[in-house]
Design a protein around this ligand. Structure first.
Ligand code: NDP
Ligand code: BG6
Length: 510
């Protein structure tokens, strides 16, 4: 069943009903295998998300979860490991012990190699026992390092022929590290799977405020006419973390911040932000529009990119490590942990509008935001008469993806009183003040969509190709020229070069 109830405006109580009733199909079962179940992502995100879906009654009546990895573990040990990460996230006042126990009883473990067909066939036999002759649907979540994706897909797809329902595979990023390696990965995966069986995750697409972007744009008359170069001066896409690459240095050093955040998370947001109205809410219609944006983008010039790397810093008696202090990172690494870039879309709607991206680790704050700065009011009466600061006079729309999800608009208003003074204030939709319900984690939405066969929030292969075509040349150039990153202290605002870059386009970072 497609989740029409979730796509259209359905009151939350009805969501449960809509999903629950349809999923309660006695004849079918879903087996979810978390490949790499002993790993960080599985513990931190996947099992908790599955529990939250179970708690919300969103999983089908008949489902089984299998953990698969090389580590030796019994079912009991897996349950013990998983139970340590489950929380009553949905309703913190609740005691979920009973629900957790029921959930854990549905979790099992099978130990095996990622390239062993025999081990996967053993898993297949166990899955079949649990499926009990019902229509069997299989979801494999590849939560493993990318170099073993293809082996695992090959083995997992073997059992597909013995399954009378669907088989889908969720693949985690990174999807290659440039156009060539990404194309090679896609063609290897396609040896064993059809494109519609591959669910490439970009978890930013599952974030509430990113999903809301289209609603904001296409269901509010007040934004529609403003959404173009005629009224928008610049758009900023900002990702900032206040911690370093601790624990993931080995992975990170091979990729860097441009591949880790910009080429996927920020670029996906940009595509959703800038696309034309899709013909419908159908996944293919939306993804068609996103691809058009990506393919209309101007090649990124190296001069329009600033790279940085954090260095150690001592503050208030605490010392914070530099990127290369990580033992898994080479001492002479030039991998950027910060980058800023100016991008342009060469189409009629966005011609000349700078889309500025900024992404960094070990900065002074943690946030992800879309900031839209509007043009100045032509011949602004108040500027002429009162000499108001121009920055203040600029309207700005901010979509704060995290933390403290919010959408606010900066407007100019009169300070109350007998005089005439202008002030910049926020019209603020702060989610936690407006909605009492906890916002689902991105992985919950994405897992549910994969189970339901909803592809809207997953990356199609041509989108991926277009994203890599945009970033590969500039990444190659940066690497060939061995561009030295600008060093910035851990916990700072990042390299000053990012400000010069923005200033070149008359932009001040928000
Ligand atoms: P891990 O490094 O924790 O690996 C997951 C599991 O894979 C490990 O528990 C291990 O299981 C097995 N494994 C690890 N290295 C190897 C190897 N060299 N050869 C064979 N098996 C290996 O990864 P994460 O859980 O952090 O991430 C999983 C995937 O998700 C990766 O593709 C990652 O890039 C991506 N990702 C992770 C995020 C995160 O926050 N962690 C965020 C976004 C994406 P065992 O030894 O038991 O077989
Ligand atoms: C991942 C990146 O895709 O996203 C990490 O690999 C980053 O480096 C993470 O920390 C951020 O995700 P979130 O949801 O915590 O903002």
């Amino acid at each position: 069943k497609k989740l029409e109830g979730l796509v259209t405006v359905t009151p939350p109580e009805e969501d449960k009903e809509a999903i629950g009733s349809d999923a309660k199909d006695d004849n079918s079962t879903v087996s979810i295998t978390v490949v790499g179940a002993s790993g960080d992502l599985a513990k931190k995100k996947i099992f908790p998300a599955l529990f939250a879906l179970y708690y919300e009654d969103c999983l089908p009546e008949h489902f089984t979860i299998f953990g698969y990895a090389r580590s030796k573990m019994t079912d009991a040990e897996l349950r013990n490991m998983v139970s340590r990460t489950l929380t009553c996230r949905i309703d913190k006042r609740e005691n979920c012990d009973e629900k957790m126990e029921q959930f854990l009883k549905r979790c099992f473990y099978h130990s095996g190699q990622y390239d062993s067909q025999d081990n996967f066939m053993e898993l297949n036999r166990k899955l079949k026992e649990h499926e009990g002759g019902r229509v069997s649907n299989r979801l494999f979540y590849l939560s493993i390092p990318p170099n073993i994706f293809v082996d695992a897909v090959k083995c997992a797809s073997l059992s597909a022929s013995s399954v009378n329902g669907w088989t889908r595979v969720i693949v985690e990023k990174p999807f290659g590290r440039d156009s060539e390696s990404s194309a090679a990965l896609t063609s290897s995966l396609k040896q064993y799977l059809e494109e519609e069986q591959i669910f490439r995750i970009d978890h930013y697409l599952g974030k509430e405020l990113v999903e809301n972007l289209s609603v904001l744009r296409f269901s509010n008359l007040m934004f529609q006419p403003l959404w173009s170069r005629n009224y928008i001066r610049n758009v900023q896409l900002i990702f900032s973390e206040d911690f370093g690459t601790e624990g993931r240095g080995g992975y990170f050093d091979h990729y860097g911040i441009i591949r880790d955040i910009m080429q996927n998370h920020l670029l996906q947001i940009l595509a959703l932000f800038a696309m034309e109205t899709p013909v419908s809410l159908d996944a293919e219609d939306i993804r068609n529009e996103k691809v058009k944006v990506l393919r209309s983008m101007r090649p990124i010039r190296i001069d329009d990119v600033v790279v940085g790397q954090y260095k150690s810093h001592t503050r208030g008696g605490n010392s914070y490590p530099g990127y290369t202090d990580d033992k898994t990172v080479p001492k002479d690494s030039l991998t950027p942990t910060f980058a800023a870039a100016a991008l342009f879309i060469d189409n009629a709607r966005w011609d000349g509008v700078p889309f500025l991206m900024k992404a960094g680790k070990a900065l002074h704050d943690r946030r992800a935001e879309i900031r839209v700065q509007f043009r100045h009011v032509p011949g602004n009466l108040y500027n002429r008469n009162f000499g108001t600061d121009l920055d203040r006079a600029t309207n700005e729309l901010v979509i704060r993806v995290q933390p403290d999800e919010a959408i606010y608009i900066k407007i100019n208003n009169k300070v109350p009183g007998l005089g005439m003074r202008l002030d910049s204030s926020n019209l603020n939709l702060l989610y936690k003040a407006r909605y009492s319900k906890e916002i689902p984690d991105a992985y919950e939405r994405l897992l549910l969509d994969a189970i339901e066969g909803e592809r809207r929030l997953f990356i199609r292969s041509d989108e991926l190709d277009a994203a890599w075509s945009l970033f590969t040349p500039v990444l190659k150039e940066l690497e060939e020229k061995k561009m030295i990153p600008e060093y910035y202290p851990y916990g700072s605002r990042g390299p000053v070069g990012a400000h010069y870059l923005a200033a070149r386009y008359n932009v001040k970072w928000g």
